[in-house]
Design a protein around this ligand. Structure first.
Ligand code: 13P
Length: 250
């Protein structure tokens, strides 16, 4: 049985005072949720604040990105070693906003996945089709391409070392959620592809759904057999919503 994971991606949001209030509200509310993993991914400048505030909590934390390089002359970048130094557990890799706004290709995503795994961080590898791609019937072709790009990297690691996140681009921040059936169909497709590619631990890989997840739609999404939790954007900034979503995974 796969342990559900509910992860908040704060994106480029937060200030020290808001973070403190949000984390203070989350900590007691999810303290009893011992059958799932709960995590938040704040912006880089707030990782230290998050680390100290969550020191006595069951909530873990991740970063939203990392450099594909090691420490050195890479102005503005953040290395895997720095994340490890800050006791970061997870790192988002290949979020659609990184792909579409910052030019991250499948090759870059694979390189970042490799660097994260080498450092002992758990990459949460994000894949998803655009509305155009879904309309033209290319959903599976696009997802297969994105998955195949990281396969040579992840296949040498146990299922506990990484997480997949299916985030249809058309559902991110739009209020449009994939139906539970649409999500299940894609998650099953991804798991089947991992298995047919020879990855024996495919049944143990956690696959999260992301895209306009809210407390109201989480129960139905998480009840799908291959949906192992959620990657939550907007709703993760609102304590009650995020707690409600996590509760749906318990
Ligand atoms: P929303 O939950 O705001 O749609 O964002 C989803 C997402 O991109 C999480 O990584």
């Amino acid at each position: 049985k796969r342990r559900p994971l509910v992860m908040g991606n704060w994106k480029m949001n937060g200030r020290q005072a808001n973070n403190e209030a949000l984390l203070s509200a989350l900590k007691p509310a999810v303290a009893g949720f011992d059958t799932i993993d709960v995590a938040v991914c704040p912006p880089f400048p707030y990782l230290s604040q998050t680390a100290s505030q969550l020191a006595d909590s069951n909530i873990t934390f991740g970063a939203q990105n990392l450099s594909a390089q090691q420490d050195g002359a890479y102005t503005g970048e953040v290395s895997s070693g720095m994340l490890v130094d800050l006791k970061v557990r997870w790192v988002l890799v290949g979020h659609s906003e990184r792909r579409s706004l910052y030019g991250e290709t499948d090759e870059i995503v694979a390189a970042k996945t490799q660097v994260a795994l080498d450092a002992g961080l758990i990459p949460v590898i994000c894949i998803g089709e655009t509305l155009e791609e879904r309309k033209t019937g290319d959903t599976e072709v696009v997802l297969a391409r994105q998955l195949d790009a990281v396969l040579p990297v992840i296949e040498r690691h146990p299922a506990s070392a990484f997480v997949l996140a299916y985030e249809p681009v058309w559902a991110i921040g739009t209020g449009l959620t994939a139906t539970p059936e649409q999500a299940q169909a894609v998650h099953a497709f991804l798991r089947d592809r991992l298995a047919s590619s020879g990855y024996a631990a495919a049944p143990s890989v956690r696959i999260l759904y992301g895209g306009s997840v809210k407390a109201a739609n989480a129960p139905e999404l998480f009840s799908q057999p291959d949906v192992d939790g959620g990657l939550v954007g907007g709703a993760s900034l609102v304590a009650n919503e995020f707690v409600g979503i996590a509760k749906a995974a318990v």
